[in-house]
Design a protein around this ligand. Sequence first.
Ligand code: CUA
Length: 349
Amino acid sequence: MIGPLLLAVSDGSPQNLSIFDPVSPPAESIHHLSILVLAITAGILLVVESVLIYSLLRFRRRGAPGTSEPPQVYGSKPIEIAWTAAPALIVFVLTLVIARTEWEVRIDPNNLPPDLKDSQPLRVRVVGHQWWWEFHYEGYGDEKLDFTTANELHVPVSNGIYAPIKRRPVFLTLLSEDVAHSFWVPRLAGKTDLIPGRTNDMWFEAKRTGLFVGQCAEYCGTQHANMLLRVYVYPPNEFADWLANQKKNARESDDAEVRKGKEVFLSQSCINCHRVRGTPARGTFGPDLTHLMSRDTLAAGMILNDGDGKKLREWIADPQRIKPGCLMPAFGLSESDLDRIVRYLRSLE
Ligand code: CUA
């Protein structure tokens, strides 16, 4: 019960994880369900505690002098029947309303309901890794997309202020590369697991712009708690700008220092795991770095990707110090090589 209570803290900050402040239809359905369940359980608490207090007061008796206990009362058929039937009925009702909500929040991405037929859906394949998120953008409306980014999901807002009014739902296909993870951004939708060898899907439709934070919600190893998640919701024109930049290959710099940095980067084992589109770096094991500096955070939301590159340098110098157990090793780079690589990476906007 502690978990939901903590999540209920709603202060309006970007770190707001409250399920009671939904901005997307699946989260709204879950919000309604939570209120109903809360009301029913509050009712049960009230009835049970009232009966308890009443019987404590009404039936308190002392034993006869010299005995330790008063006469005991055993059994009551009507009460036995009542306390079996009433919970069974409550569980039955809860099962029905939960099943209804389950049905409500599910949408088959390949067979959209009539009210979404004329929408402009964004389709993203999400792959869970220990301990980061891979986002592969596959399509937006009729446009085919084919680029990959990490940890920060960018989506368009879907509401009527931004004419022409076309709904912009987001459909996620969820896969895992290693163990089970769970995608959870409480204000957008419920949790959905990413399970190895299985494909799950979920959807949401952000009705408000802004940053919505989330978290891997299935224990997946030592750094599970640091598998954070960010969803940025933009007005459609700003989303189009973001998209246009992401579709491009990595920026080629004219700066001699940056080019030198690129050489160092490409000569190291970085390229076995990381991809920088448009260069020989084609690794897919770690996050795609093509537009690294367009991301606000590093290490799956653990540290801010600050403008001066200090954190980035610390991260590359020794990832194990910041995120023990993560799959990125320290390479024992010289100080000057570190500087060069950071200079190159900072040019990847
Ligand atoms: Cu991934 Cu917990």
